[in-house]
Design a protein around this ligand. Sequence first.
Ligand SMILES: C[S@@+](CC[C@H](N)C(=O)[O-])C[C@H]1O[C@@H](n2cnc3c(N)ncnc32)[C@H](O)[C@@H]1O
Length: 281
Amino acid sequence: MEGVEARSPPAGHQVTALAPACSYMGGKSRVARRVANLILARRPGTVHDLCCGSGAVSLEVVARGFDPRRLVMVEAGPWADYWAAVADGTLNLDLLRDLLGARWPGTVAAAVSYLQDEVTAMARTPEVFLVLQAFAWSGFPAWYDEAAGRWRVRSQFYKCRDRRSNLNGPRRARVLEAVGQHVRRMKGARVVRVDVADLGAWLDPEDPDPVYYLDPPYEGTEGYGWSLDVDEFVSRAPRPLLVSEQRPVPGADLVGRVGARRAGSIRPGTKGVHELVNVFE
Ligand SMILES: C[S@@+](CC[C@H](N)C(=O)[O-])C[C@H]1O[C@@H](n2cnc3c(N)ncnc32)[C@H](O)[C@@H]1O
């Protein structure tokens, strides 16, 4: 079945926009509203955002009035440390303001070297990660290279040749504004940094009326540093489970389309694929 209708948010919930701090490869900002409709229509007691990344779907459900203390965010990469610091109130906003403000050089060329040489050599903290991720060209993932003892970004680094540089002041202000909103609104979420395939590490059978939403790395994509065998995971994962994929997943009870065909898919060589949600009851 195709074309799941976007339903209205639950009555009485005021929608106040909440968005990821930056673009991210595979981020679900574009379809978060529809995915959240599918999740919230089930009147969940707890929502599990599995492979949450930049948190587009978590943010959308909280924007609709869902209590962040009933949200579980599972992620293997450094976004987990960012969300953990947001959720427990330890994210250092002053450090972030400093990195994006006082310490930010005045020219684009100097900003590129600042990011590429200085920031990548800074400590392994969620604030440093966010700065690198926010300015990584095209939202390619940033990660900490343990062996080398420094951060890396999986792309040509930062857009430096183009006059319309992405390293501009308004963009930095938008990142700070978004992070400020996260700190105010996402407090109390349960964040677990693990491989989602390790069910025992995050699954709590006591969670009331759970809905599980999985946004795995799509088949054929690479570069997060972690991967997941989706079919194998789905075969033993708890229900109800909603899975974002660009293909129908075997055994799904319903496959709904949440995003229109568009060019420029993140999946190499596959332009114009649909964003699907596979529902397992
Ligand atoms: C398609 S992205 C998720 C995007 C996210 N929904 C958003 O809006 O930003 C997939 C995410 O899964 C994470 N990931 C990949 N394999 C994983 C695994 N085995 N366990 C947990 N997270 C994993 C990646 O680090 C990446 O952040």
